[in-house]
Ligand binder design. Sequence first.
Ligand SMILES: Nc1nc2c(ncn2[C@@H]2O[C@H](COP(=O)(O)OP(=O)(O)OP(=O)(O)O)[C@@H](O)[C@H]2O)c(=O)[nH]1
Length: 243
Amino acid sequence: MTIVIAHTLMSDIHLPQCSVKAAVHTKDEFNSKVKTACQEQRTGTVGFKIAKVIVVGDLAVGKTCLINRFCKDVFDKNYKATIGVDFEMERFEVLGVPFSLQLWDTAGQERFKCIASTYYRGAQTIVIVFDVNDVASLGHARQWLEDALKENDPTNVQLFLVGTKKDLSSPAQYSQIEQDAIELAEEIKAEYWALSSLTGENVREFFFRIASLAFEANVLAELEKSGSRHIGDVISEYTAIHC
Ligand SMILES: Nc1nc2c(ncn2[C@@H]2O[C@H](COP(=O)(O)OP(=O)(O)OP(=O)(O)O)[C@@H](O)[C@H]2O)c(=O)[nH]1
């Protein structure tokens, strides 16, 4: 039997109108949302499967803008540092099955790093972000990965290396850093993406890719647990249990 979920088509993934937004207004509200999210992550009590995605990288490389472009379709040109962490929940439908990504936006500033790193645990996907116009931020990617992996099982996570602010780079400038980024991505076994939160280039495609790989990993894990059964049975059971 051939399992082809890895090649899930973009058209197989849908974002329903009712996407959950975890807008944070007050400290109490934030704490309560984080608590609920952590409980859901641990116990799987939500009515659909979720995967935790952490987004790390130097300060001001564009982590918040990337998440906001995808989840809210907005772009803010003013820089506001993330303090500790923030998060959004985005609900998808993959092959007709509800599936959610918990997107954890972490602080790049050194002084907030220790708060942010306490939320790294349990990540299924690690997104390491750098600015394609700032070679130093690419140089720091390895350190971000090392820190994130301290809290997670390296054999059980999917890695993405993401270059942001592509709109600010000329093709010649971009091709210089692209080579280094591709080499690093191969070395750390990450998938490389370049995008722009300002124009939206590649943003949707990138998150759909995360969702499809995370979904695939969950279904394959179910298959492993249950022995070699037909993939269709597993998806049906998965839908019955989680919807
Ligand atoms: N031109 C352009 N500017 C961008 C892009 N993404 C982010 N920026 C700008 O870069 C600055 C920093 O963006 P943020 O998303 O706040 O950066 P961050 O990585 O979340 O920063 P920390 O919270 O400090 O870790 C802001 O002024 C954004 O407007 C992009 O794709 N293109």
